[in-house]
Write a protein that binds this ligand. Structure first.
Ligand code: ZN
Length: 461
């Protein structure tokens, strides 16, 4: 004797699941029909009239489920139905969701975002700052003149230690103070320190290898680029980008003030160097690293405020008043587009920071930023445009454009287009001729008595 309990439960579940592919008006009737069929069969089995075999029951249920799915796909594949489906609010939302999903997959589950939230792998990373110097008319320069640096070393009471670095591909050249400034202990051997001259030795990540190896850094350590895996000595801090560790309790702003003042006291210095030193900037590493996060967050907040304002004004002037769902859909859809772009910005920035190339110069990254901004504005614009072509009652896209009027008599009978809601809620009148007193777009609800004409068998209005 076979037990049919499990098979019965499974088949009932499958029938229930399949019923969602049946159009709503027929759903409950369809489900009851097949559930009764299974119940009758079970009754006969329990009475001993037929053999308790699972196979026929499963075969029957699977064939019903497959037929239902096939039928539904045939209906949806019909061009008219496909167009109707593509016009639904659910479809618009699924397009945005697909983009979010694609981004999640491409970015390895928003790896860049998660990395920015994680603390930097240094001892008290909040105390490490990076220097930026501006030269008037020449823009940004990272190198600090050696004599200025010497002056700071002697006079500063805010800075514990200076160090410099420069990146070339997967190799980073660092000054003897570099690992002390970051507060890194060796995983094995020793790290580059005082007395190590350029070309003498190398440090790699735990498990790696190199010529003249003196020691390794912990596996999780990285600085600026995750592609760097070898560290070799650099002659002088002034040759590379300058970093420093602040003394405990000192803020980056305070230290910046102090260094600017110190540079000003060197009155015998050539004018250009003095100005350059005065315009030096100290930025905490944390801030540099999380900067894309601030940009994306600020941009998103700003965009959402604009969207709320736009929606508020549009809701005030709209006549006749659309249902509140119309405005909710506009906010949710456009807000989701904005969120996807903000997330994409963070991931792209993290990806660019992790793999700096020679191509990633200031000019190219500026072009990249502007391109991104243009695509973003275009996408938001599309979302707003899409909304204006939707029925204010059911939110479906309006279709069946009908040309009315005539291009040859623009005065008496101006050319225009009328879009129709397929559910029969009304028409949108769009004037096409340019005239001084151009008529605005106008929504015209259809009389209730007309709605019967739009009813499609098996569809609820
Ligand atoms: Zn409608």
């Amino acid at each position: 004797m076979e037990s049919t309990t499990l098979a019965r439960t499974f088949c009932r579940r499958l029938i229930r699941l399949s019923s969602w592919f049946v159009p709503a008006p027929f759903r409950s009737g369809w489900r009851r029909h097949y559930e009764d069929e299974i119940e009758d069969w079970a009754l006969l089995v329990d009475r001993g009239d037929i053999l308790p075999q699972n196979r026929p029951l499963l075969a029957f249920t699977l064939s019903v489920a497959a037929a239902t799915l096939r039928k539904r796909l045939q209906v949806e594949a019909n061009p008219a139905n496909a167009r109707r489906l593509a016009g639904t609010p659910a479809f618009a939302m699924s397009v945005v969701l697909s983009a979010a999903l694609a981004l999640a997959v491409l970015s390895g589950g928003f790896r860049g975002f998660r990395a920015m939230l994680a603390p930097l792998p240094y001892k008290e990373p909040g105390r490490v700052v990076e220097f930026r110097a501006f030269v008037p008319f020449l823009g940004l320069r990272n190198a600090i003149p050696a004599e200025t640096l010497e002056f700071w070393r002697k006079g500063s009471r805010d800075i514990q230690e200076f160090a410099g670095y420069s990146i070339q591909g997967h190799v980073m050249r660092v000054t003897p103070g570099f690992f002390r400034v970051l507060g890194i202990e060796p995983a094995s051997g020793r790290l580059i320190g005082d007395g190590d001259r350029p070309g003498c030795c190398a440090v790699v990540r735990e498990g790696g290898s190199a010529a003249n190896l003196i020691g390794t850094v912990p596996r999780g350590f990285w600085f600026k680029s995750r592609q760097v895996d070898t560290w070799v000595p650099l002659g002088d801090a002034g040759e590379g980008v300058l970093i420093a560790r602040l003394k405990p309790g000192v803020s980056a702003a305070h230290a910046q003030q102090e260094l600017r003042k110190l540079a000003q006291t060197g009155i015998f210095r050539p004018v250009l160097r003095r100005v350059q030193a005065m315009r030096v900037e100290l930025r905490p590493l944390n801030e540099i690293f999380r900067f894309p996060l601030y940009v994306a967050g600020g941009g998103l907040a700003f965009s959402l405020i604009l969207l709320a304002l736009y929606t508020g004004v549009a809701a005030l002037v709209a006549k006749p008043r659309p249902h509140w769902r119309y405005w909710a859909f506009l906010m949710v859809k456009t807000g989701a587009v904005m969120l996807v772009f903000a997330a994409a910005w963070v991931e792209i920035a993290a990806w660019r920071a992790a793999s700096p190339t020679r191509l990633d110069g200031p000019a190219l990254s500026l072009i990249g930023d502007w391109t991104f901004l243009l695509v973003y504005v275009g996408a938001v614009w599309q979302s707003l445009r899409d909304q204006r072509r939707r029925c204010p009652v059911c939110l479906n896209r309006l279709s069946v454009p009908v040309s009315i009027g005539s291009w040859s008599s623009p005065l008496m009978n101006p050319a225009s287009t009328e879009l129709l809601c397929l559910e029969g809620h009304g028409t949108l009148f769009i004037p096409e001729t340019q005239s001084s007193d151009r008529e605005p777009e106008r929504w015209q609800p259809i009389e209730t008595s007309w709605k019967e004409a739009f009813k499609i068998p098996g569809q609820t209005a």
